[in-house]
Structures are given as structure tokens and as C-alpha cells.
Design a protein around this ligand. Structure first.
Ligand SMILES: Nc1ncnc2c1ncn2[C@@H]1O[C@H](COP(=O)(O)OP(=O)(O)OP(=O)(O)O)[C@@H](O)[C@H]1O
Length: 235
């Protein structure tokens, strides 16, 4: 008999089947996209500006529906997911977009606490977890600052803390190193590598070639509607 645990351990984490995406009546940004990502993979999504990298991530996070085709995430069909199942997706997928969407009407720790409060976690456990998440991204001691008082890199790390505090199975990240100097970019990437080492499936959209040369083991490349699935470290 196959137990749920055994089934889950072999579950494909992300699967796109014949996915098309256009906005309104516009052209297809993604056309007949097919790929699978297995649990624990570390994948880059690359391509020139406007190619559709963010769009691909948004389909995984359920932030945009495909125009056609199916998107499965962690065993669930996202594009047919009823509204009542959305909170499940929010817990399973940690999303870090280019615009961090931090809340400036509250301090840093309360930004990180928010997903836990929404999930109904008991207060003291939530506080412990939020502090641990901030420590993980190197922001201990900054809990009481308003995000507006933090540097761009610190705000980005705060957004990471908020995305990982619910212990998601998948992290999707859009251009994490845009506007960062090399040292800050390296530190951010190491944070993602650490999560990936403990099993978090990670997808990062980037057009930073040097970053990919250092970290990419698999790259999904979109260029002028053409899709390639490249294995191994990319130059
Ligand atoms: N909400 C939207 N409505 C209409 N068009 C959109 C929308 N979002 C994206 N697009 C268009 O879809 C195309 C792909 O955009 P997307 O943001 O996915 O590209 P990208 O590869 O992430 O680009 P960049 O590297 O510049 O962030 C672009 O032509 C963009 O203008």
C-alpha cells in the first residue's frame, strides 16, 4: 500500500501542460508551454525583458490564470482551484515579486507576522516563528523598524522572511538581485540556496547572467515565444 507520505515524496511539484497565456486580446506571451519541476529542484527562469518570466511565476502562484492548458502545483490544479482553496496555495507557495508589497503602516516584524495571523497561528508561536524568519535573513535587531527606514536590500530580505515564515514547499522569486550590489546579491542568493538545501523547491526569474553562471543547475529560458529547458550550470 502506498502511504500519503510516499505518494507526496514522488509528487511532481510543478507541472505545466500545454499552457498558453495572453493578456486580454493581446499576443500569446507563453505558447504551448510544457515542463515539470520535481521536489527540491533549484531552477532559474531566464529570458530578455518582456519575454514572460514574471508571467510564468504568476501562473504558478495562481496570481494569473492561463488562457489555456493546465497548471498543477504540489498536487493541485491551480487554474481550476476554487476560491475557498486559495489559502492552501498561499501557504504552499512563497512569492517574492519585484515590488515587495511591504506594508508601511506597521513595523518589520508585523509585516512578517501577517501571513501567520491570517493562517490563524497562536500568537506566541507566531512571534517565535517570525523572529526566527527574520534571523534567517540576517535582520535580527531590526524587528521594530518601519520598512521605510530600511535599505532596499533589507526590504528585500524582509520580503523573503515574510515569504518563508509559513514554511512553503515552493519559493518563487522575481528578479531578487535587481538593483543590488554584487555582495548583497550574493548574500540574498545564499539565503535561497539554504532554503533549497532543506528541500524547498525554488524558481528564480532573472536575466543576470553572472548569477546564473554561479548558481543555475537548470534554466527554463523564454525568448521571443521560444521555450528551452536547459540542464546543468549555464555559462
Ligand atoms: N497585467 C498585464 N496586462 C497586460 N499585459 C501584461 C501584463 N503583465 C505583463 N504584460 C505583458 O506581458 C509581456 C511579458 O511580461 P512579463 O512581465 O511576464 O515579462 P518579464 O520577462 O518578466 O519582463 P522583465 O524582465 O522586464 O520583468 C510584456 O509584453 C508585458 O507588457
Amino acid at each position: 500500500m502506498v502511504t500519503i507520505r510516499e505518494r507526496n515524496s514522488t509528487l511532481t511539484m510543478i507541472e505545466f501542460q500545454h499552457v498558453f497565456k495572453s493578456y486580454g486580446r493581446g499576443r500569446n506571451i507563453l505558447a504551448d508551454l510544457n515542463f515539470r519541476v520535481e521536489p527540491g529542484e533549484f531552477v532559474f527562469v531566464s529570458g530578455p525583458s518582456g519575454a514572460g518570466k514574471s508571467t510564468l511565476l504568476k501562473l504558478i502562484g495562481g496570481l494569473e490564470p492561463p488562457s489555456r492548458g493546465s497548471v498543477h502545483v504540489n498536487g493541485h490544479r491551480v487554474d481550476k482551484m476554487p476560491t475557498r482553496a486559495r489559502p492552501y496555495l498561499r501557504r504552499a507557495v512563497g512569492i517574492i515579486l519585484q515590488d515587495t508589497h511591504l506594508l508601511y503602516d506597521r513595523n518589520a516584524i508585523n509585516n512578517v507576522l501577517l501571513p501567520l495571523t491570517v493562517a490563524g497561528l497562536e500568537n506566541s508561536l507566531a512571534a517565535t516563528r517570525a523572529r526566527a524568519a527574520m534571523e534567517k535573513v540576517g535582520l535580527s535587531g531590526k524587528e521594530d523598524l518601519n520598512p521605510i527606514e530600511m535599505s532596499g536590500g533589507e526590504q528585500q530580505r524582509l520580503a523573503i522572511a515574510r515569504a518563508i515564515v509559513n514554511r512553503p514547499a515552493i519559493l518563487i522569486v522575481d528578479e531578487p538581485t535587481a538593483n543590488l550590489d554584487q555582495e548583497s546579491a550574493r548574500r540574498i542568493m545564499e539565503v535561497f540556496r539554504d532554503f533549497n538545501r532543506v528541500g524547498v523547491t525554488t524558481l528564480i526569474a532573472s536575466h543576470d547572467r553572472s548569477l546564473m553562471a554561479s548558481y543555475a543547475t537548470r534554466t527554463l529560458r523564454i525568448d521571443q515565444g521560444k521555450f528551452s529547458d536547459l540542464r546543468g550550470v549555464q555559462p
